[in-house]
Design a protein around this ligand. Structure first.
Ligand code: GFB
Length: 317
């Protein structure tokens, strides 16, 4: 243990998102005070407001879980917002945390920071070794900037700011909107709706051949807290399950979980994105952490969560 959370005030920026929500659940098991603030009270894009908040709230530790996120289609449709909003959130929160004397900060990044054709599994040192995947290069550039910001405040000022790079996450609290979501919520919803309507087929975007690595958000939040309390270093750390699966096999698994028995058809008019992005998680494993939840179990639980929350989501849509 190098950062003991007992008695600390921990600010989770972005607590209403899927990862932020999981972090709150996980941190409730620690003896720390949790600090959150809703979007209506603090706009993280507003530099002056973030600075005032940080100086008034005086957190000891900060987790930057706030971000503009979305799946392959949202990323390629709104590159300006993905770049601008993510840069602004990182810049405002990380700089204000530094100025307010925050002792420890964890910045959450994503596996899309790595080159499109990085050798698999992807090691941390693959960063900036080749061109990015174009469907999400704006998001990736913003996340690389956040990582570099942490590195720079550490090397220049000795700030204990660390960066972790997360693989594709899923779980309760995810976005199930078909245009903007990541693949798992989209396919759970499509399979469910196909089952309910008695459809003969269900479609998946692209060829079905890309491979993705998935990690349940409760495992992700556990790994983040593990690194927050046990790690300090300039090198960012990958967080993943270490296993990947093709999108077609993922959909077969989802159809079994949901109980849809029709045919799966590919939609080649939609993009595949990067062919493969499995993270090398040996640095994390060497620090004594491993995931608990198997994909099938995590999918079943996420489907159950979707079923319980479907009405509220439809009302908000
Ligand atoms: O999860 P996803 O949108 O994002 O898509 P990425 C993963 C794969 O699933 C792609 C395919 O090959 C999609 O073409 N796919 C199949 C679908 N059917 C669907 C569907 O109905 N909806 C969606 N969304 N995908 C994201 C990045 O990339 O990964 C973000 O855009 C972020 O920046 C995130 O880094 C972790 O894995 O391709």
């Amino acid at each position: 243990m190098i950062y003991d959370l007992s008695g600390k005030r921990v600010f989770v920026a972005g607590h209403r998102g899927m990862v932020g929500g999981a972090l709150l659940r996980r941190l409730q098991r620690e003896r720390c005070d949790l600090l959150t603030v809703g979007r209506e009270r603090l706009d993280l894009l507003d530099q002056a407001a973030v600075r005032s908040f940080m100086f008034e709230a005086r957190p000891d530790a900060v987790i930057v879980a706030a971000a503009k996120v979305g799946g392959i289609q949202a990323n390629s449709t709104f590159p300006a917002e993905f770049l601008y909003e993510n840069l602004a959130i990182e810049m405002n929160v990380i700089h204000a945390a530094f100025r307010a004397g925050v002792e420890k900060l964890v910045f959450l990044g994503s596996s899309c920071i790595y080159p499109k054709f990085a050798p698999q599994p992807i090691r941390e040192d693959a960063l900036l070794s080749g061109p990015l995947e174009p469907t999400n290069d704006c998001y990736a550039v913003a996340k690389i900037a956040g990582l570099k910001l942490c590195e720079a405040y550490r090397s220049q000022y000795g700030a204990d700011f660390i960066a972790v790079m997360l693989t594709n996450l899923y779980g309760p609290g995810d976005n199930f909107h078909l245009d903007t979501s990541h693949v798992i919520p989209a396919l759970l919803r499509k399979a469910h709706e196909a089952k309910i309507s008695g459809a003969a087929t269900v479609s998946i975007w692209g060829s079905g051949t890309p491979r993705r690595e998935f990690l349940h958000v409760d495992d992700a939040s556990d790994a983040i807290v593990h690194l927050l309390t046990t790690y300090s270093g300039a090198q960012h750390v990958n967080i993943g399950s270490g296993e990947d699966i093709t999108i077609l096999d993922l959909m077969k698994l989802i159809c079994r979980v949901v109980g849809f028995e029709g045919k799966i058809v590919a939609d080649p008019s939609k993009p595949d994105g990067t062919p493969r992005k499995r993270l090398d998680v040996s640095r994390l494993s060497a620090r004594g952490w491993k995931p608990r939840k198997r994909l099938k179990q995590g999918l079943a639980e996420t489907y159950a969560w979707y079923m319980q929350n479907i009405e509220g989501m439809l009302q908000r849509a």
